[in-house]
Design a protein around this ligand. Structure first.
Ligand code: ZN
Length: 241
């Protein structure tokens, strides 16, 4: 809600309890800004502190991150993709359209083009490299997305069953998810991984999600990374959701 303040926050992973304590029921703030908020950033600070003062906090529970775009607050790749389809992910062009001040609307990863959703997920040099590695991993030579909406209806010719189709869709979602996470790490923490490391994360996260819904022992890691098309779809009934 407060992008200018967030930019000044020194610890991007700070939780509420790091910044607010209570003395005799009065909120005491311990901010950690890189520079003192001024002008419009200070306006944000006033709104933030006012809204905090109207809240009741429980001091005995852990605070945690919540994904506001789902009713239950739980982040899923599905909700991310849903927002992606509706062009609602906060890429720089969309933020600029909403009147949020940005130094630049260029892609924070490659700096070679305006950052649109299409660019981020599909045409950024890093994303192209990642999709290329996914293509080789699955031996899927014709894998090609011409637009963002293609991502939600992608089919893999090696996987003919309904189960296979949902496994492939999971891989596509997880890939978009890690591209997006890497983009955010670049923006907020100035960190970025190599495409090889990102693909390894995609392989292990999709393995974790799929095998947790899989009959024990029918999907092993080495098969998954070396020849994922060889999974046995016959004796399992799983729902990937
Ligand atoms: Zn880029």
């Amino acid at each position: 809600m407060f992008p200018r303040l967030y930019r000044l926050e020194l610890n991007k992973d700070a939780v509420v309890a790091d910044r607010i304590s209570f003395e005799n029921a009065a909120a005491v703030f311990s901010w950690s800004w890189s520079t003192q908020p001024r002008w419009r950033t200070n306006d944000e600070l006033v709104i933030l502190t006012d809204s905090i003062k109207q809240h009741k906090f429980s001091c005995n529970t852990f605070s945690s991150w919540s994904w506001l775009h789902c009713n239950n607050g739980i982040f899923t790749t599905e909700s991310l993709l849903h927002r992606a389809m509706q062009n609602k992910l906060p890429v720089r062009v969309e933020l600029d359209r909403k009147g949020i001040d940005l130094h630049s609307t260029r892609c924070p990863v490659c700096d070679a083009d305006i950052e649109t959703l299409h660019h981020t997920l599909l045409s950024c040099s890093l994303s192209i490299d990642i999709w290329d590695k996914i293509r080789r991993w699955w031996n899927y030579n014709n894998l090609n997305f011409s637009c963002v909406s293609d991502l939600s209806k992608s089919a893999n010719p090696h996987l003919n069953t309904t189960l296979g189709a949902s496994i492939w869709q999971t891989v596509v979602w997880v890939t978009c998810y890690f591209i997006w996470i890497n983009r955010n790490d670049r923006v907020f923490s100035k960190k970025s991984l190599s495409s090889a490391k990102i693909v390894l994360n995609i392989q292990s996260k999709s393995f974790e999600w799929i095998s947790s819904r899989w009959k024990k022992g029918s999907l092993d890691w080495l098969t998954w990374i070396s020849n994922p098309n060889r999974f046995d779809a016959n004796h399992t009934k799983v729902g990937i959701g």
